[in-house]
Design a protein around this ligand. Structure first.
Ligand code: GRF
Length: 224
């Protein structure tokens, strides 16, 4: 007998990228399962040369370029972004390597409906070049985080984190490659929880409903 499928409509997701789009691809792969509670309705890039656009098109997705340089400032750029996202009827925004800071106005408009993936265990190592900085700092544990977006960069209630040990011989590249593998696992997991309505925000914390108790929110065990 087949497992019962949810009859709830799939949440409509807009994915925002600026580059290669490997996290977007992980989301595409997850959404390819008809039982997954979300589907991608649009991939938007602020750069026409983003490699991820080709990947999205190869997957048969609708892509749009909204070049921030074509606008006089952040607000008009974000107004165009919002207009497109609303036109495609998105319920959720996934930032996947989207390299523009968003204003408080845009963030508030999408409060608790917009998530991001960051290659560190926030609140440690926000910002760029996280793997280099982790090695430089000599910390023993590193990882990645999917979190709700807030106006402060790489900040917001944490939905899922993956942790892994930093090896003595790690370079930024070797460490970054292992973190990226985990990113591709936790982003679909976090989107699923959100799309299923299992995540709610209380203050600075994202609470996962008891029904999702069997979901490993810290992954994997620290042996990887
Ligand atoms: C990832 O490391 C993500 O965590 C960060 O930007 C990178 C994007 O990579 N926000 P990709 O475009 O998803 O391959």
């Amino acid at each position: 007998m087949n497992a019962p499928q949810s009859t709830a409509p799939r949440k409509r997701v807009a994915v925002l990228i600026s580059g290669r789009g490997s996290n977007m691809e992980a989301l595409i792969a997850a959404c390819a399962d008809p039982a997954f509670p979300a589907g991608i309705v649009s991939v938007i890039s602020n750069r026409a040369d983003a490699k991820g656009l080709e990947r999205a098109q190869a997957a048969g997705l609708s892509t749009t370029v909204i070049d921030h340089k074509a606008f006089a400032g952040r607000e008009p750029f974000e107004a165009a972004l919002s207009a497109h996202i609303e036109a495609v009827g998105a319920d959720i925004i996934c930032l996947a390597g989207f390299m523009r800071l968003l204003t408080a106005g845009f963030v508030t408009r999408w409060q608790d409906r917009m998530i991001n993936i960051h290659p560190s265990l926030i609140p440690a190592f926000r910002g760029l070049h996280t793997h280099e900085r982790v090695i430089e700092a000599g910390v023993r544990v590193h990882g990645c985080t999917v979190h709700f977006v807030r106006a402060e960069m790489d900040d917001g209630p944490i939905i899922v984190q993956a942790a892994l040990p930093v090896r003595p011989d790690d370079t930024a590249d070797s460490l970054g490659a292992r973190v990226l593998t985990r990113e591709h696992q936790i982003y679909p997991l976090a989107l699923r929880l959100l799309a299923e309505g299992k995540v709610r925000v209380e203050g600075n914390r994202a609470i996962i409903d008891a029904a999702a108790d069997d979901t490993p929110l810290i992954t994997p065990p620290l042996s990887a």
